[in-house]
Design a protein around this ligand. Sequence first.
Ligand code: AHG
Ligand code: MN
Ligand code: MN
Length: 333
Amino acid sequence: MTAAELPVGDDLTTLESHILSEEQRHAGASGTFSWILAAMTLSAKIISSKIRRARIEDVLGSIGSRNASGDDQQKLDVIANETLLRCLGSRAGVALLASEENDQPIILHTEEDRPYCILFDPLDGSSNLDACVSVGTIFSILHHDSHADPIETSLLQPGTKQVAAGYMLYGSSCVFAITTGSGVNLFVLDPTVGAFLLVQENVRIPGAAKSYSINEAYRSRFPEGYQRYLDWAHGNGYSSRYIGSMVADVHRILIKGGVFLYPPTTGNPDGKIRLMYEANPLAMIVEQAGGKAYAGTTPLLEIQPKALHQRTPVIMGSPTEVDHVLEHLATSP
Ligand code: AHG
Ligand code: MN
Ligand code: MN
């Protein structure tokens, strides 16, 4: 009788096992971080299944109220928010939770052994839900400063201080992109077994691609530099793609290259994108994949936040494409 051989093929790695093995490389790691990520993947599975069944369960449409940023709240914004609060709120190690959908952060506990704060946009692009267009969840993880007084000020850290960041994209497949500061890894939910499986390690954004993503209907309200960039792009064979869910637009750029822009407008001098819930985590992902992220001419991750719900202009994507935008901003008043 001969010994059996292992079947040949790539290893199957789940998100949880990947994070566990990363954590084991750090001396003294307690497992808290893996525990938090497991809550994040559970949330993703619940939200993904709710979205897929939304029309059947009659949870599409608005609830008729507005969130902290003044956006019309969708029923699924509330469901996704409650799912994340429920899954993350019970995890040891989480001191503070802050959501785009809540005016105030949630203080879970004040004892010293809670090292993390988690901020999230529960559903990004939710106005697209009724039309079955891709939406996502974006999250940012910070170290909690147990000496912060009042405790909420622990959340007001620049994006450079993020311990981890990522997003779940509920598209034609459910994708989970995450960085812990050493590259970006991509997982896809296999719905037949209910696990996120690793599909790409160390994702690299294409260096250049003649594609921009912007709401061009606001063009006349943009500062002159952005208008001149658009003129230049029109004359240089660029194409335009705009989904209207930043998480989906940025994911497409991560895979195919290009630049995402949400400039200031005359009505909204800081643009629309929220610094802490959307811009910082997506900027960390883009930079960890070799791209660039700016707020006008300032490196986006260096902005010192003054308020939890503050907005910021955004330029992020392939390094060459971001540079083309910056060149036009530099030569305009
Ligand atoms: P949210 O659904 O979380 O409120 O975010 C929507 C954001 C962002 O995802 C998208 O890029 C942008 O709003 C679209 O805004 P415009 O409709 O002004 O283009
Ligand atoms: Mn959003
Ligand atoms: Mn949202």
